[in-house]
Write a protein that binds this ligand. Structure first.
Ligand code: ADE
Length: 242
């Protein structure tokens, strides 16, 4: 998978992308990331990339020209190349969207700044607008990092064990069960005895029940869409005192 990030601040990405799982995926050649600095495509001695909004109002708007010239400069890779604009006006980015995007050959991520991006970028050149949540950030760069991280984890070979992301939170619409590691007692809190029992079936059931319990407590909205089998429904009924 190739990611291309169109941004005014390519340096914001370097340390994050060097580390950990993403760093390894890059060095193994499973993902490849390029940066295109919008400033390079600004015109005039000051390489201007923003301007005042038509109609008045506060703040500055990113000009369409530099962004579109940056976009045109990027080599299209593979059959499926998708252009994404990071903006608070976009569709909320969630795990199902990450799976969809992971099937592309190339993702080109445009990071807006200031009050926003000239509407004509969105109208003619963007396949999808994504928001990482209902809050306003100073720019799309953090959103791009979030998308790159979540999508890369789904690419075969990026995580150590192929199966490990299938148990992650959200994969079946539920939050993940709690994890414990050594020591067995920490600040007076014991590891739940079932995890030490060696009984894999009991452990599986306990984890499933904890997963449903957490979802019920923290994100009851997710339960409406979750893929629950009859065993899960029985657990949920018990938790709800039915
Ligand atoms: N740019 C500013 N706020 C954003 C958000 N919530 N998601 C994605 N891009 C953004």
């Amino acid at each position: 998978m190739r990611f291309d990030v169109i941004t005014l601040f390519p340096d914001l990405f370097t340390s994050f992308l060097k580390e950990s799982i993403l760093g390894r995926a890059l060095s193994k050649g499973l993902v490849d990331i390029g940066f295109t600095d919008i400033r390079t495509f600004g015109r005039g001695p000051h390489r201007v990339t923003d301007d005042r909004p038509y109609g008045g109002g506060n703040g500055m708007v990113m000009k369409a020209g530099p962004i579109l010239r940056a976009l045109e400069s990027i080599e299209r890779i593979g059959k499926k190349s998708h252009v994404v604009l990071l903006t608070p006006q976009g569709q909320t980015f969630e795990q199902s969207v990450a799976w969809e995007l992971s099937r592309q050959d190339q993702l080109i991520l445009i990071c807006g700044r200031y009050e926003g991006v000239d509407e004509r970028v969105r109208l003619g050149h963007v396949d999808r607008e994504l928001s990482i949540g209902d809050y306003v950030l100073s720019g799309g760069e953090l959103g791009a990092v979030v998308v790159i991280d979540a999508v890369s984890r789904l690419i075969p070979g990026v995580l150590g064990g192929e199966k490990s992301n299938l148990e992650d939170s959200f994969e079946d619409g539920l939050l993940e069960y709690p994890h414990y590691t050594r020591p067995r007692v920490f600040h007076g809190m014991e590891v739940p005895p079932v995890l030490l029992s060696g009984d894999h079936e009991k452990i599986r059931l306990w984890r499933r029940a904890e997963s449903i319990k957490r979802t019920l407590q923290s994100r009851p909205d997710l339960l409406k869409q979750a893929r629950l089998n009859p065993e899960d429904k029985a657990i949920l009924d018990r938790l709800q005192g039915k």
